[in-house]
Design a protein around this ligand. Structure first.
Ligand SMILES: Cc1ncc(COP(=O)(O)O)c(CN[C@@H]2CONC2=O)c1O
Length: 420
């Protein structure tokens, strides 16, 4: 019933053969270590398939070198691979070319690049930045602090009881003093898929820019920056079957061209004198120093890998698992699930079990081999609004199966009864 051959995909991830956790016969004791891994923490990070590991190893074994046109052949090979990785990303998200693709360390750094290089320059008293109450700390804390430093007001579009955005509130808060709307595309806590295009139209009607935090959307569903009509977009390699240490900032070329860099040094300059310096072309102007070369090559290999499967099929697979998990957990009783109904969400389900603290639940689940996330998922203000200190979150990817959802639900049921 899957949109692609999940078993064949699983063969590309040796880590999935791991045994972990404690002994399900004595949950909570933490003994034993031969329970098969059920990895359901993909919103935190996804695993890395063999073709990606090979691509990075091939680089280190065969053409490791510093980039940006050293004269010798190794450097030219490394430069071409690293620069063409930008073209692969541009094509993947529908950008016009490598000029609009800046490699960063992760989504967090991409957001900070815009906050510092654009926000500190463009924002001042009387201006406002509009976020949502479901933002990840990567954008919420960043714009909150930039607001304090510039005097700009930071506003939050309200989240409804159902975990969706109050669009009437959005229309009220985005006004002619709004300079930036920064919105998570798919919430890493609620699974909510936000109407980015509608918000972009609202922002642009008021001459504001819009930034889409796509950390949970680019890896899991088709994303096209023109369809969304966003001015900036960010995502991370490690959530896209790629390595850690590489993220992407997409920016409209004209806007990136108008921005000053905020990290200075080698590679990002064209001419330096004692008095002043000029900058390299896009995107290199924003990539100071020796970049994460192997990681950029690994990201391109990861994008090739997910494109081979088909990102639309990945979306369908995750929806199938999320809907099944939502229905099965709800049927257990004593489980509170956060966010919209199962068929209107991204591939994740955050929940709590009555009478069981999220951290206790996740450690019991680990005894059953089930790896999920417990905590605030870097959305503390949202958890405050939901009235809970923490939640547990199961999140799905290309190698997960219905049987693994059954293992999750069974472990949750046993944990619930253990604490009853
Ligand atoms: C919506 C969203 N935005 C930004 C980030 C930051 O990404 P980087 O850590 O790659 O900069 C994350 C990471 N997701 C967190 C990480 O662990 N668990 C989560 O849900 C995220 O889910």
């Amino acid at each position: 019933q899957y949109p692609f051959d999940v078993e064949a995909i699983r063969d590309d991830f040796p880590i999935l053969q791991r045994s972990v956790g404690g002994d399900p016969e004595t949950p909570g004791e933490g003994d034993g270590d031969d329970t098969p891994l059920v990895y359901l923490d993909n919103a935190a990070t996804t695993h890395t398939p063999e073709p990606v590991v090979e691509a990075m190893s091939d680089y280190y074994r065969g053409y490791n070198s510093n980039v940006h046109r050293g004269i010798h052949q190794l450097s030219q090979e490394a430069s071409v691979a690293y620069e063409e990785a930008h073209d692969t990303v541009a094509e993947f998200i529908g950008a016009s070319g490598r000029e609009e693709i800046v490699f960063t360390k992760n989504t967090t750094e991409a957001m900070n690049l815009v906050a510092y290089a654009w926000g500190l320059e463009e924002l001042g008293p009387g201006d406002n930045v509009v976020l949502t109450e479901m933002e990840h700390h990567a954008s919420l804390v960043t714009w909150q602090q930039i607001g304090k430093r510039t005097g700009a007001d930071v506003r939050f579009i309200e989240v409804t009881e159902e975990g969706t955005l109050d669009m009437a509130d959005a229309a009220a808060k985005i006004d002619d003093d709004t300079e930036m709307v920064s919105v998570v595309h798919v919430s890493n806590t609620l699974g909510t898929v936000n109407p980015i295009r509608e918000l972009a139209d609202l922002a642009h009607d008021h001459d504001s820019l819009i930034f889409a935090d796509a950390a949970q959307s680019v890896p899991n569903r088709p994303v096209d920056v023109d369809d969304l009509d966003v001015d900036f977009l960010a995502f991370s390699g490690h959530k896209t079957a790629g390595p850690t240490g590489i993220g992407v900032l997409y920016g409209r070329e004209a806007i990136l061209d108008s921005m000053q860099p905020y990290l200075y040094g080698g590679d990002m300059i064209r001419k330096v004198t004692f008095e002043d310096s000029t900058w390299e072309d896009l995107p290199w102007k924003f990539e100071a120093g020796t970049p994460s070369i192997a990681e950029g090559i690994g990201l391109a290999a990861a994008i090739d890998y997910v494109e081979e499967i088909g990102v639309d099929r990945i979306e369908a697979h995750e929806r199938l698992l999320a809907e099944y998990a939502y229905d099965e957990l709800e049927a257990l009783g004593g489980v509170e699930i956060y966010g919209p109904a199962g068929d209107e969400r991204g591939g994740l389900v955050a929940f709590n079990v009555d009478g069981v603290h999220a951290h206790d639940l996740s450690s019991i689940l680990n005894d059953f081999g089930v790896a999920i996330r417990a905590g605030d998922h870097c959305t503390q203000p949202l958890h405050d609004k939901m009235g809970v200190a923490a939640s547990v979150r199961a999140s799905f990817y290309i190698y997960n199966t219905v049987e693994e959802v059954d293992a999750l639900v069974d472990a949750v049921e046993q944990a619930r009864d253990l604490f009853a």
